[in-house]
Ligand binder design. Structure first.
Ligand SMILES: Nc1ncnc2c1ncn2[C@@H]1O[C@H](COP(=O)(O)OP(=O)(O)OP(=O)(O)O)[C@@H](O)[C@H]1O
Length: 574
């Protein structure tokens, strides 16, 4: 492995498990000592067989039984300890990558392909885990076996050993060359597989759209093409592997033929006895397995290196929203929010908010209106620090939100999104989302406030009914009330509501409205308003245009003014 290999970055993951690794290595050393002993035994027994000495053969058979018993014990220790260390290291790596991803900002996930991320966290970590396992479980014992057996061969007859080893450097060069080729092809093949996974995630997430546009044939052809690329990339890697096995196998066979020629010559020169030659040949036979295994390990390590690169690539990504090392806990706030001279752009060439200023009093309800793409969502997303503005600052109760911990900030901001996402789990877990331990009584109270308790009580298993992928399906209104119950349970001082654009039936609408009224009481509320009832009720309506607040006032004041809001109102609500 080269110094630059990403495998070196795995070293810190080995550290916590060094004791298990050390014990496993001790077993491996014991196991390795067995190989020259075996070669010696075979030679001796063959000698006694030649002499017909049954007593000596019986004694050696007894000795062999003891040796094999000891070998079995250390082999068991080696296998289980190595497996336990390797699996623990892979688990640590998986946890660290997953934890790291959770520390990245929302912005990262908007451009990242989720299918690719899932692939890296499952398949690629498994591949790296397999490499770690094989490194300890096969590679290290094989290398030790090679060293010990070679040492024994040199001890028997060094000239013979030198002859045997003539082909070795040639093999090493060839193996190295194939390894590099394989790495290139396997990198290519892994990218192809992750493209395929991304395509699948994209299509299944947007299956409604696919069906609505009758785009099945289009999607099937895209999938077929991507699958074909995937097949080709995989086949090329397999081809290289197949050639590698043939070439290395041929070289091995030729070296054995060469060995018999040399052995015969050494015996004729009286440098070697027949018994020694049998021990020597046994030792050579004992080299074949470790050579074959280290060769195949080497190709797997090269393939795994591509996966390892892609994992450390993820770990190297820095979040654009970072918590200060000296961040303090934001105490329970009253809810005054100030945006001071805010500039924000997702892309430098396209500013979204432009020197925007806004002060919202505690308990005030502001409705944000404006054309699609005006920046309403962006404005509210800056408050929980999903993104950070390039200029200006946001204060809550006079405290700059960059000076406090992200969790203490976000705990005080409740969000009821337009599209409610339910995770697989029970209804209760979905309401108490994010809490490992929760009080069912509090969940029920929140559900009552959110007008969803009655509905939940009628479900087959009440609050323990499963929702999400394999659970019950909920209507839009029921989902919204669950999202409201989530916010009620969190009991934040600041609320962000992104009103759903799709209309609910009037009964559902009334239930949602009533739940929202209760939720909003005594809270500072930012609502991205799509309904007339909401804008009318707001203490202040803010019209956003050109990255700024261009009008501000109550519904009646702005209508009277007869400018932008009045025009907007005429288009949207009347
Ligand atoms: N992650 C992103 N990366 C790049 N551009 C983005 C991103 N999110 C939003 N935008 C762009 O920023 C602009 C403002 O978007 P934003 O969602 O804040 O508008 P909005 O007023 O909430 O619109 P709508 O009412 O349609 O939801 C739009 O032009 C949008 O295309």
């Amino acid at each position: 492995m080269k110094q630059s290999s990403s495998y070196w970055q795995l070293l810190p993951f080995f550290r916590p498990h060094w004791q298990t690794i050390a014990k496993a290595l001790a077993c491996t050393l014991g196991f390795t000592a067995f190989w020259p002993l075996l070669a010696w035994l075979v030679g001796e027994i063959a000698g006694y067989i030649g002499q017909g000495d049954v007593n000596a053969i019986a004694q050696f058979a007894g000795l062999a039984a003891i040796i094999f018993l000891v070998r079995g014990t250390v082999q068991y220790g080696q296998d289980t300890l190595m497996a336990s260390a390797a699996l623990a290291i892979a688990l640590d790596l998986r946890k660290q990558v997953y934890t790291h991803l959770h520390q990245l900002s929302v912005g990262y996930f908007e451009t990242a392909k989720t299918g690719d991320l899932s692939y890296r966290l499952t398949e690629e970590i498994d591949r790296v885990g397999e490499v770690i396992y094989k490194f300890f479980h096969q590679f290290t014992p094989c290398i030790l076996q090679l060293i010990v057996v070679l040492g024994y061969m040199i001890y028997i007859n060094w000239q013979l050993t030198l002859g045997t080893l003539i082909v070795a450097p040639l093999m090493a060069v060839l193996i190295g060359w194939f390894g590099e080729k394989l790495l290139t092809f396997s990198r290519h093949s892994q990218t192809r597989t992750s493209n395929l996974a991304s395509l699948l995630t994209e299509v299944f997430n947007g299956i409604r759209l696919v069906q609505a546009f009758s785009a099945q044939d289009y999607e099937i052809s895209r999938f077929t093409l991507e699958s074909e690329y995937n097949r080709r990339a995989k086949f090329r890697a397999e081809q290289i592997k197949a050639i590698q096995f043939v070439v290395v196998g041929f070289l091995e066979a030729m070296s054995i033929v060469f060995l018999f020629l040399l052995g015969g010559w050494q015996i004729s020169q009286n440098n070697l006895t027949g018994t020694e030659f049998i021990s020597y040949v046994t030792a050579v036979a004992l080299l074949i397995d470790p050579i074959a295994l280290t060769t195949s390990n080497y190709s797997e390590f090269k393939q795994g290196e591509a996966s390892c690169d892609r994992l450390f690539e993820l770990l190297a990504i820095q979040s654009t929203v970072r918590e200060r090392s000296d961040a303090t806990i934001l105490p329970v706030v009253k809810g005054k929010v100030e945006y001071q001279n805010i500039n924000f752009a997702y892309l430098p060439e396209k500013p979204i908010l432009n020197h925007l200023n806004l002060t919202v009093k505690p308990g005030e309800m502001v409705a944000l209106v404006g054309a699609s793409g005006a920046g309403k969502t962006t404005l509210v997303n800056l408050l929980p620090r999903f993104y950070d503005p390039q200029l200006g600052q946001i204060l809550i109760d006079g405290v700059n939100i960059r000076e406090v911990t992200l969790s203490s900030l976000r705990k005080q901001i409740g969000i009821v999104p337009q599209e409610v996402i339910l995770f697989s789990g029970t209804v209760a877990q979905n309401i108490a989302f994010g809490q490992i331990y929760y009080d069912l009584k509090e969940v029920k109270t929140a559900a009552e406030i959110a007008n969803v308790h009655q509905f939940i009580s009628q479900l087959p298993e009440g609050y323990q009914t499963l929702v999400g992928e394999r659970g019950v399906n909920l209507s839009g209104g029921q989902r919204q009330r669950i999202a409201i119950a989530r916010a009620v349970l969190l009991n934040p001082r600041i609320l962000i509501l992104d009103e759903a654009t799709s209309a609910l039936d009037s009964e559902s609408e009334a239930l949602v409205q009533e739940a929202l009224e209760r939720l909003m009481k005594n809270k500072t509320v930012f609502v991205i308003a799509h309904r007339l009832a909401t804008v009318r009720r707001a203490n202040r309506i803010l019209v956003i245009e050109g990255g700024q607040i261009v009008e501000s006032g109550t519904h009646n004041q702005l209508l009277e003014k007869g400018e932008r809001y009045a025009r907007y109102y005429a288009q949207q609500f009347s």
